[in-house]
Design a protein around this ligand. Sequence first.
Ligand code: ZN
Length: 493
Amino acid sequence: MSKLFVYNTLTRQKELFEPINSPHVGMYVCGPTVYGDPHLGHARGAITFDVVYRYLLFLGYKVRYVRNITDVGHLENDSDQGDDKIAKKARLEQLEPMEIAQQYTNSYHQEMDLLNVLRPSIEPRATGHIIEQIESIKSIIDNGYGYESNGSVYFNVEEYAKNYHYGILSGRVLEDLTSNTRDLDGQSDKKGSLDFALWKKATPEHIMKWSSPWGEGFPGWHIECSAMSAKYLGNFFDIHGGGMDLAFPHHECEIAQSQACNHHTPAKYWLHNNMITIDGRKMGKSLNNFINLKEFFTGNHPLLEQAYSPMNIRFYILQAQYRSTLDISNTALRAANVAYVKLLNAYKLLDKLSWQLGTEVNSTLELEIESCIAECHAGMNDDFNTGVAISGLFGLTNFVNQFHLKQKDINSISENAFNHLISTYKVFFKDILGLKEEKLVNADNTIAALLGFYQEAKANKQYDKVDLIRQVLKKEGIVVKDLKDKIEWAYEA
Ligand code: ZN
């Protein structure tokens, strides 16, 4: 296996990737909170870890990829106060919370399928794991790091910090955190301002609640990931991923919970993808630049000058390394599409190229090709740098085009070199980067043009052409209807 280096947020350095129990790899990624249509931030997170997943599979690892669905407990402003995001939406739309969760889980799946994001091995829901979460909370209390207060349960950060480093992942210092936190207002049930909720008491009007040893309530946001990752991947697994905005407090709290519960940090490598900005500004409802994926795919948003296909979006995201910021603009997306189509066209040529034994091997040419191939691998091995891998593919694209146009003699490279070129291109384009040809789904324009030729041919009494066009359309299941005053088409029964 080639050597893969990953940047570990926990140690702040690139490390050689060595799974705990090779060839098995356990990977947990924080999935969406399902109360709204997925947007570009969702796309970047999902595509980042999709490529990690795909590359690990390519390297021969047996990966169990767990990505959760948060369908309860994520309160507004990521805090311990306020409404549950899903319950609030349910109230506004007068639906069951589960209808909201299902509706947006469905749209998440649909959009991610369009982006060619592979489904995870296990996709657990927080509401399906209330018992596991209660058990984890009990252990945390038993081990002395949690306390009940007025029907809610909180994690005792001060107590935890006596034995462990709270802030280990995000690099934050406890004293700074404490001084930055507003003083408790006296209304709170917490002992310390940094304490976070493991279980929240439900008010009578709260619609999503379960019974527990502490009364009716619902789990805090962070505990679901600790409970579900441990259930499916064990107390210590290989990769924990998510967006950079989750490193604190969500992942920091997950580490604290796992230490308190299982006496172990949950994961060996912590990977975080960076955020997306639009025209240099953070995405946000208040800035009116909050564009969801459906709007990108249809072009139906005032900031968009046109529609952008899912592969256009995917390719754009892949052009950057996942840890760098990424800014979206109409100009940049159009440029990405030009580049993507260039790769796609070369990909479509691969099966048309044929090789025959030549008289002489051009070893310089072979070396040039091998150096592009090496660039593809080196990019991915350097912390999944898809931008570098794409640059290697562009190098190969030039050779594919030159061979196709006979500007270079394909028979002047060895059969091995030829096969290596073809297989590398296919594997990187399709399997690792997850790119694909998007079939034109709207054939109306093509059919209309053909019917125009049909009408013209008929008027000129060119009946061989008329028959030919009928045959072409028939092959596609379309029948031409000659009406008195016009020509129409219908699906053939
Ligand atoms: Zn999580």
